[in-house]
Ligand binder design. Sequence first.
Ligand code: PLP
Length: 257
Amino acid sequence: MKKVLTIAGSDCSGGAGIQADLKTIMAHKCYGMSVITALTAQNTTGVYGIENCSADFVKNQMDCVFTDIFPDAVKIGMVSSIEIIKAIAEKLREYNPKNIVIDPVMVSTSGNKLLKDDAINTLLNKLIPLAAVITPNLSEAEILCGFEINSKEDMHRAARKISKNYHGHILIKGGHLEEDANDLLFFDGKIHWFEEKKINNSNTHGTGCTLSSAIASNLALGYSVRESIQNSKDYITGALKENLNLGRGNGPLDHCY
Ligand code: PLP
């Protein structure tokens, strides 16, 4: 059995974060493990509190995982603060796992900050360089490249700019542009578009977490980066089409699909 570790925040309502990741990893028939960076009190209507884990306790969790059940892939989501980012980067350098996928989570759909403003540079300089794949959405890509993205051409320009400092695979998710859900993969100067019709479903809570943990699971299973992204987009599309409708707000996906 392939083993996948998620390093992320907990969503007590089960739609995003660690809980979405573990459900996704399980749906891919992999063994899931979790290093928790922060507890959030949230539901489909918003985030109502955040308690960060101490950096030392994040390191303790990582030591426990890596010295016992070494993962075939690692997904990283909400990392909260400079101290936690540094702790994760130190341990990743020590254990050197393959197939690191970073979802540079900054703000939730409900508008709550999941990364402190002063931590963005540390994320960029210390953690992102360790990743095989990063999966920014449009607003995260705008922060990483420093300009507004309003078109597919802008997405391409943004990827080129980000690639000046990061040499892994950059997947910019275009789901929030008016057009269809077209995502851009940029690697080694070359681009590939993943094209998908937009599904009319407002229950998208945790989509980013789900996509990145699906990519990590596919990489663990031995698929190439491009195959892993395509398989993961197919999984998200299927989960959205199930049209699960839970909660009073922006509901979660059906991970069991
Ligand atoms: N909560 C946690 C713990 C997360 O990691 C994330 C995203 O990565 C979110 C909330 C945001 O979820 P969404 O923006 O899909 O509602």
